[in-house]
Design a protein around this ligand. Structure first.
Ligand SMILES: [Zn+2]
Length: 701
C-alpha cells in the first residue's frame, strides 16, 4: 500500500509562480467577467462591424424575480375538472396568450412573455371564431358548476365579513331611528325612460374638497405576494350622540341632529342655492343599480325661499338597510370596507384625522411625513376577527401583536402603537375606550376614533337637462375618500369572484353604471378595480383605469346615467311634504316603489325594525355570475387562454373508472353465521376470535 504512495511523484518540479502575469489575466474568464470584457461565445458574429453586445452582469447576477418556482401567482387554484379538450392546440393557446398579455401588461408583469409576432396576430384572427364558440360553451359549463358546487361557498360568508357588515348595518339602523317606522305603497315610478336624451351640466361648485385633505391610497402595481384584505380593522360603531355621521354644509364638525332634522337643513341649503333637489351620491348610485334590492329615504321638506314663501325641496338620502341583505351583498359591502382599509395606510388616515382635528391647513407633500409615534391614538375600535383570518404583512401596516399587552398593562393613551392593528374583542376594545373616554349612555362613542370625522364631502350644483322638457337643478354631495400618488382622486371598487378557478366574473352593468356616475361627479378621478376571491378574500388582480378610459370602454352604459337621474327626479316632483321611501326589488326591473308613511288600516309594505328577517339568499343564488374572458395571472402562468378548455390532455378530469367487480368480504355477521351456524345472531363477537376474522378478511381481499 505504502509503495504506491511512495511511487507517486508528489513533487512535480513545476516552477513555482507566486504572481499572476498579465497574460494569465487576459485568459482568465473570471477576470474578464470582472472587467466586463467577456463576450458570449454563443452569440454568432454575423456582422463583423457591429460591436458584440456586452453582457450586463448586474442584470444577470441580480436576484431573479422571474423565477417561476418561487414566483407568487395570486389566487392560483387547483385545476378545475375540465370535461373536454380545447378546440385549439396548446401552441395556439400560447400564441393567443402572447397577444392577450401584450394587451394586459399589468397582469403578472414579472412573468416574461415574448412580444407577439405578426404570425401570432394572424393565428389569433384565424381562430377567433372557434375561440368565441368555445367561450360560449365554457361559460355555460361554468354556470352548471355554479349550481352544482360554487353557490354553496357564497351562502356562508366568514364571521369576520359578517362582523364588518353588521357594524355598518347597526350604524344605518340608528340613522333611521328618527324617521317614521311604517310605510305603504304610494306609487310605482319608472327609473329609466329610454326615449330621453339628457345631459348633466355642472353649474356651480359650492363646497370643494382639497384633495390633499384626503388620505393617499397605496395601490400595488403588481400583486407579487399574498394579499388578503381580511384583516383586523376599525369598524364604525353607532354613536348615541351622533345618530347621523354627517357634516352639514355650513358646519365644521359632525352634526348631533337626528336624520329628519338633517334633511330639513339640507333642504334649506339647497333652496338657498337655487335648487329644488338635494341628493347624496350614494342615493343616485342606488338608482343606477337595478339588479339588487335597495331602499333610500326621501324627505320632502318645506324650505323658505328668498321672498319668504315656502317651497318644497326633495332630499334624497343615502341607502339604509331595512332588512339584512343576501350573502353576496353582505360580502360585497364588507369587502368594500375592508379593501379601502387595506389600501389606505393607517398612517395616512391618522395624518388626515390629525390635521383636521388641529384645524391646520395641510401643506403639500406631507404624505410621506411620518406621524409622530408618541402622539394620540387614532383608533380604539377593532373588530374581533376569527382565527383563520390571514394577516398579510403589507409594508403599509405592520402587525404588532404585542401592542395588546402594552395596552392591557398600561391603559395610557400615549402607549398606543400608531400602526397597531391587533386582535381585540369588541368587549376589550370597548373597555379600553371606556377607560379613556369615560363613555356614558348618551355620550359619544366615536370621539377620537377614525369615525370621528367622516370623509369630507363636496357640494356641487348640477343641472339635468332635457331638450324637450324642464330642467332639474340639484345639489349633489359626495364623499372624497382617497387619492393617488399623482394627486388624482381614486374610487376603490371590489369585484367579488366566486369562481376564480374557472375565470373572472363579469363586472355587472350596475357596478359599471354606478362607477360612471361617481366619475361624472368628480374631477380627475380614476377607478381602482380589485378582483377579490369571495372565499378567501385574497386579491387576484388590481386594475386602475382613468375616467376617460373607463367611460370610453363602457360608453353605452355611461351614457344612460343622466337619463336615469333625470327620470327619477321628474317622478319625485310635486310630492307633498313628508317622509317617503324609495324601494327597489330585482323583480321590479327598471321601476321602483315609492312608499309613504302608513296612515290607513292596511298592513304596511315596509316596517323599519331591527328584527326584520334577512333577504332571501336563494333568490340571488339563482342568478349565477357570468364568467368573462378576462386575463388573470394564473392563465398566463398555466399558458391557457381565458374561457377555454384545457389544451393539455393530462389536465382532463379522469373518467371515474367503473369499480372492478371486487370480491368483497361478506359482512361479518353473515360470515359469523357461515362459520358458526349454531351460534346465535345476537351474540357479540368474542375477542379471541378477532384473529380469525382478520385472517378471513385477508384471504378474501
Ligand atoms: Zn359620536
Amino acid at each position: 500500500m505504502m509503495e504506491h504512495v511512495r511511487l507517486f511523484d508528489w513533487n512535480a518540479h513545476v516552477t513555482e509562480r507566486h504572481f499572476v502575469e498579465e497574460t494569465d489575466l487576459d485568459n482568465c474568464n473570471i477576470e474578464k467577467i470582472l472587467r466586463n470584457k467577456f463576450y458570449d461565445p454563443l452569440i454568432s458574429s454575423d456582422s463583423e462591424d457591429e460591436a458584440p453586445n456586452k453582457l450586463n452582469w448586474d442584470e444577470i447576477f441580480a436576484p431573479k424575480t422571474n423565477n417561476n418556482d418561487k414566483m407568487f401567482i395570486p389566487c392560483l387554484r387547483p385545476l378545475p375538472p375540465y370535461p373536454k379538450l380545447s378546440a385549439l392546440t396548446h401552441h395556439q393557446h400560447f400564441q393567443i396568450l402572447k397577444v392577450l398579455s401584450e394587451e394586459n401588461p399589468h397582469i403578472l408583469p414579472d412573468f416574461p412573455m415574448h412580444k407577439p409576432q405578426k404570425q401570432d396576430h394572424k393565428v389569433y384572427e384565424a381562430v377567433k371564431e372557434i375561440y368565441l364558440k368555445e367561450q360560449k360553451e365554457y361559460i355555460e359549463w361554468a354556470k352548471s358548476l355554479w349550481f352544482m358546487e360554487h353557490c354553496i361557498r357564497t351562502l356562508r360568508p366568514k364571521p369576520a365579513i359578517e362582523t364588518v357588515y353588521e357594524a355598518e348595518f347597526k350604524v344605518k339602523m340608528l340613522r333611521m331611528s328618527s324617521l317614521p317606522k311604517q310605510y305603504d305603497i304610494a306609487a310605482q315610478i319608472p327609473l329609466e325612460s329610454r326615449r330621453k336624451t339628457c345631459e348633466a351640466v355642472l353649474k356651480q361648485e359650492l363646497i370643494t374638497v382639497n384633495l390633499s385633505d384626503t388620505p393617499f391610497a397605496r395601490i400595488p402595481d403588481n400583486i407579487n405576494k399574498h394579499f388578503c384584505i381580511l384583516r383586523a380593522s376599525a369598524v364604525p360603531e353607532p354613536c348615541p350622540k351622533h345618530p347621523y355621521q354627517f357634516v352639514l354644509p355650513n358646519e365644521k364638525s359632525v352634526s348631533v341632529l337626528p336624520t329628519s332634522e338633517i334633511h330639513r337643513e339640507l333642504a334649506q341649503y339647497a333652496l338657498t342655492n337655487g335648487a329644488q333637489y338635494i341628493a347624496s351620491e350614494n342615493a343616485l348610485k342606488c338608482l343606477m343599480q337595478q339588479n339588487r334590492p335597495w331602499t333610500i329615504p326621501i324627505s320632502v321638506c318645506e324650505a323658505i325661499g328668498p321672498d319668504g314663501d315656502p317651497v318644497n325641496v326633495v332630499v334624497l338620502d343615502s341607502e339604509f338597510a331595512a332588512t339584512k341583505e343576501c350573502a353576496q351583498m353582505r360580502t360585497l359591502k364588507a369587502y368594500r370596507h375592508l379593501l379601502e382599509q387595506s389600501l389606505i395606510p393607517m398612517k395616512e388616515k391618522t395624518r388626515v384625522w390629525k390635521n383636521k382635528k388641529e384645524g391646520l391647513a395641510p401643506t403639500k407633500g406631507q404624505t410621506t411625513v411620518e406621524v409622530d409615534e408618541s402622539s394620540e391614538d387614532e383608533d380604539n375600535m377593532f373588530i374581533c376577527t376569527d382565527d383563520d383570518t390571514v394577516m398579510s404583512e403589507m409594508e403599509t401596516e405592520s402587525v404588532t401583536p404585542h401592542c395588546y399587552k402594552k395596552i392591557d398593562s398600561n391603559m395610557d393613551k400615549k402607549n398606543f402603537d400608531k400602526d397597531a392593528v391587533g386582535y381585540f374583542t369588541r368587549a376589550e376594545s370597548k373597555k379600553i375606550s371606556e377607560s379613556i373616554n369615560d363613555i356614558g349612555f348618551y355620550n359619544c362613542t366615536c370621539k377620537d376614533s377614525a369615525y370621528e370625522n367622516p370623509p369630507r364631502r363636496s357640494f356641487k350644483k348640477w343641472q339635468f337637462r332635457s331638450k324637450t322638457e324642464v330642467n332639474h337643478d340639484i345639489i349633489i354631495h359626495c364623499p372624497h375618500k382617497a387619492r393617488s400618488k399623482s394627486g388624482g382622486e381614486l374610487l376603490i371598487e371590489p369585484i367579488v369572484d366566486y369562481q376564480l378557478d374557472l375565470g373572472a366574473s363579469k363586472q355587472t352593468t350596475d357596478s359599471i353604471r354606478s362607477l360612471a356616475l361617481s366619475l361624472m361627479l368628480r374631477k380627475n378621478a380614476s377607478v381602482v378595480i380589485a378582483r377579490v376571491d369571495g372565499r378567501t378574500a385574497d386579491i387576484a388582480s388590481i386594475t386602475t383605469m382613468s375616467a376617460d378610459k373607463f367611460t370610453s370602454t363602457h360608453a353605452d352604459i355611461a351614457r344612460s346615467v343622466p337619463n336615469i337621474v333625470y327620470t327619477a327626479l321628474g317622478q319625485l316632483q310635486g310630492l307633498l311634504p313628508g317622509h317617503y321611501v324609495l324601494q327597489h326589488e330585482v323583480e321590479h326591473g327598471m321601476n321602483g316603489l315609492l312608499l309613504s308613511v302608513c296612515r290607513g288600516a292596511r298592513a304596511p309594505q315596509l316596517v323599519l325594525a331591527a328584527g326584520a328577517p334577512p333577504q332571501d339568499d336563494a333568490k340571488m343564488l339563482r342568478q349565477p355570475p357570468e364568467i368573462t374572458p378576462e386575463l388573470l395571472p394564473y392563465h398566463k402562468f398555466r399558458k391557457t387562454i381565458p374561457c377555454a378548455f384545457t389544451p393539455f390532455e393530462k389536465q382532463l378530469v379522469k373518467e371515474p373508472k367503473k369499480p372492478a367487480p371486487k370480491k368483497k368480504a361478506p359482512p361479518q355477521a353473515i360470515k359469523l353465521q357461515a362459520e358458526q351456524p349454531e351460534s346465535g345472531t345476537t351474540r357479540k363477537v368474542p375477542s379471541h376470535s378477532g384473529d380469525l376474522f382478520n385472517e378471513l378478511n385477508e384471504c378474501s381481499a
